[in-house]
Design a binder for this molecule. Structure first.
Ligand code: HEM
Length: 156
C-alpha cells in the first residue's frame, strides 16, 4: 500500500513538473496572441492604416535614438515596419495575419540588452504620443508586448 502511495505521489510530481516545464515553453512560442477583446483599442490606433502610419514615426524615432540606431540602420526598414504593423494588428485583435518571422529567431543574434529593450519601448511611446493614441490604449499594447521581453533580450 505504502509503495502504491509513493508511486502515485511520484507520478503526480512528474506530471506537475512536466506541466511547469512544458507550459512556459509553449507560452513562449506565442507570447502575445490575438485578443479579440482589444478590438476597441485597435480602433483607437486608427485600425491598420493607423498602425502603418505609426510605424513610419516609430522607425524614425528608432533611427534618431543613439541607443537603437545601430540595430536598425542596416536592416530592411520597410519590411520591419510592415511586419510590426501586422504583428500589432494581430495582437490588438485586428483582421490581419502576421507573415513575419518568429520573435526568438529574429532577435537571437542581435545581442539586445535591457537598455535596448527599454529604449525601443520609449521610442514607441514617443511615436504613439505623436499620433495622439490615448494613454490607456498605449498601455494596453505595451502590456501585450511586455512578455516578449524574454524572446528578444539575450543579454543582461
Ligand atoms: C516587444 C519588443 C519587440 C517586438 C514586438 C519586435 C518585433 C519585431 C518584428 C515583428 C520584426 C520583423 C521580423 C521579420 O523580419 O519577419 C523585428 C525585427 C527586428 N527587430 Fe525587433 N521587436 C522587439 C524588440 C526589439 C528590440 C529591443 C530591438 C533592438 C534594440 C529589436 C531589433 C530588431 C531588428 C534589428 C530587427 C530586424 C532584423 C533583421 O531584419 O535582420 N527588436 N522585430
Amino acid at each position: 500500500m505504502k509503495t502504491i502511495y509513493k508511486l502515485a505521489t511520484r507520478l503526480s510530481l512528474m506530471v506537475l513538473i512536466g506541466v511547469a516545464v512544458v507550459a512556459p515553453i509553449h507560452a513562449a512560442e506565442n507570447p502575445a496572441p490575438a485578443d479579440p477583446s482589444l478590438l476597441p483599442v485597435f480602433e483607437q490606433f486608427g485600425g491598420k492604416p493607423g498602425l502603418d502610419a505609426l510605424m513610419e514615426d516609430f522607425m524614425i524615432k528608432l533611427i534618431e535614438d543613439p541607443r537603437t540606431r545601430n540595430y536598425f540602420a542596416e536592416v530592411d526598414q520597410k519590411h520591419v515596419k510592415a511586419m510590426l504593423a501586422e504583428q500589432f494588428c494581430v495582437i490588438l485583435g485586428g483582421p490581419c495575419t502576421y507573415t513575419g518571422k518568429d520573435m526568438k529567431e529574429t532577435h537571437a543574434k542581435l545581442s539586445i540588452n535591457e537598455g535596448g529593450f527599454n529604449a525601443l519601448v520609449e521610442d514607441l511611446q514617443l511615436a504613439m504620443d505623436m499620433h495622439k493614441i490615448p494613454f490607456r490604449a498605449q498601455n494596453k499594447l505595451l502590456g501585450k508586448l511586455a512578455p516578449m521581453h524574454r524572446e528578444v533580450v539575450t543579454l543582461p
